[in-house]
Design a protein around this ligand. Structure first.
Ligand code: ARG
Length: 462
């Protein structure tokens, strides 16, 4: 079994083996760039007309053919042939079928090597802009939570052991800032992607006097790329994007992991809405946080696609190698997954219920141990000694099976004579929180400032 190709009857005598044709074809993946291919081709036709390769009427013919093809893609009537290897060959075949041999002039001075990477950059620029909007909406959802849950106190954790009390808003905002860095990374990624490779030819540049600057301008790029070889080999922008997606996945996964724990019977801090939970086929009582588990699960694939593509790239010797064809499936999938997990996370956040009393009840007053140490520091004891003294108190409480707040004053004073009756005032979650009042801390005033800063940041970047 063999298959006809673009170049059959030229340099190569026999047709492709069917398994080779299947391995070689990328149409199933790159048909997503159909509109970009037409757009790039139209701009190229205009550029070679300006360079004197196409006459006015040939350009008009090509333009009307391409416009019809764009329409066919838009209304779904474009019909692919089994011999279409990729979207570029499909468009060229259709163009020639529509307008005759003039269609064959479009590819003058152009190679699929500069064409494919132009389409890809066009596609990814616009996909990234949409993803950036979705990311802004997700950041907004975190801000809404931070506003709503301003007076909720939860335990903060390190090593996932209770550490110090914090405002739940502070916790929500911690995720907002991680996403803000993702937003900045995406902006940088778009900025670096914004250079036009078209006009680089196969590798050495095009042999026709094409004005690549006006071509860049027409296709909405900031400038043409400065080196034809680099233009057709460079997929850094795809790696940048995959890294962005991997990092976003990792941020959302960490947040999801905590929320899964917070939604368990043991924690009980939050309840997810039914719309973002699933039941069990066997156990009638089950309500599972599948939304968050899938967000966590998908992050593995997001990291994996970056590794996969870096591994593909690392051994490539020359400008274009067919290995590069692997780039699009990875990037398209990453874009789809990133968009979906962001939407689901926004929905989870906007519909979950917080249980403030439960959050509070679960705090072990030992979480105020640092505050008792600070109490001694304020009375003049060096912090190291204070730390040691409170450690003794914790041990004593544990031995007696009581909480720190139940230690009697004589016992406190035995540990350190600096303890006085006012030590009991330290056993207040609100007091502990209000102590953390320097910039970036969890005190209510600081969290309000942080919220205003976050809202402002979102306004200026959105
Ligand atoms: N389908 C190819 C890709 O996605 C297009 C470029 C083919 N270039 C070539 N010289 N065979 O990378």
């Amino acid at each position: 079994m063999a298959e006809k190709t673009l170049w059959s009857g030229g340099r190569l005598e026999s047709d492709l083996d069917i398994s080779m044709a299947r391995l070689n074809q990328s149409l199933d993946v790159d048909k997503r760039m159909a509109q970009e291919d037409v757009r790039g081709s139209l701009a190229w036709a205009r550029a070679i007309q300006a360079a004197g390769i196409l006459s006015e009427s040939e350009f008009g013919l090509i333009r009307s053919g391409l416009e019809q093809i764009a329409q066919e893609f838009a209304d779904g009537s474009f019909s692919y042939e089994p011999s279409d290897e990729d979207i570029h060959t499909a468009v060229e075949r259709r163009l020639t079928a529509l307008i005759g041999p003039t269609g064959g002039k479009l590819h003058t001075g152009r190679s699929r090597n500069d064409q494919v990477v132009t389409d890809f950059r066009l596609w990814l620029k616009s996909a990234s802009a949409e993803l950036s909007e979705r990311l802004t909406d997700l950041q907004q959802a975190f801000l809404e939570r931070a506003r709503t849950d301003l007076d909720v106190i939860i335990s903060g954790y390190t090593h996932f052991q209770q550490a110090q009390p914090i405002l739940l808003s502070h916790w929500w905002l911690s995720h907002f800032w991680a996403l803000e860095r993702d937003q900045q990374r995406l902006t940088d990624t778009i900025r670096r992607m914004d250079f036009l490779p078209l006009g680089s030819g196969a590798l050495a540049g095009t042999a026709y006097p094409v004005d690549r600057f006006s071509l860049a301008n027409e296709l909405g790029f900031s400038a043409p790329t400065p080196n034809s070889l680099d233009s057709v080999s460079d997929r850094d922008f795809a790696c940048d994007f995959l890294y962005w997606a991997a990092m976003l996945g990792s941020h959302l996964s960490r947040c999801a992991e905590a929320l899964i724990l917070y939604s368990t019977t043991e924690f009980g801090y939050i309840t997810l809405a039914d719309a973002f939970s699933t039941g069990s086929s066997l156990m009638p009582q089950k309500k599972n946080p599948d939304s968050l588990e899938l967000i966590r699960g998908k992050s593995g694939g997001l990291a994996g696609r970056l590794c996969a593509f870096l591994a593909t790239l690392k051994g490539l010797p020359s400008a274009y190698d067919k290995d590069l064809q692997e780039d699009k499936a990875l990037v398209f999938e990453a874009a789809d997954v990133a968009g979906l997990v962001m939407s689901v996370m926004s929905g989870v956040l906007r519909t979950l219920t917080v249980h403030p009393d439960r959050c509070r009840q679960q705090i072990n007053m030992q979480a105020l141990a640092t505050d008792i140490a600070d109490y001694l520091v304020k009375k003049g004891l060096p912090f190291r000694d204070a730390h040691h003294a409170v450690g003794k108190a914790v041990k004593l409480a544990e031995k007696k099976g009581i909480g720190l707040a139940e230690i009697s004053l004589p016992d406190w004073r035995e540990i350190s004579p600096l303890f006085e009756a006012d030590v009991y005032e330290t056993f207040s979650l609100e007091a502990a929180i209000s102590q953390r009042c320097s910039w970036g801390g969890t005190s209510r005033d600081q969290v309000l400032k942080q919220l205003a800063f976050a809202e402002n940041t979102l306004k200026t970047t959105a």
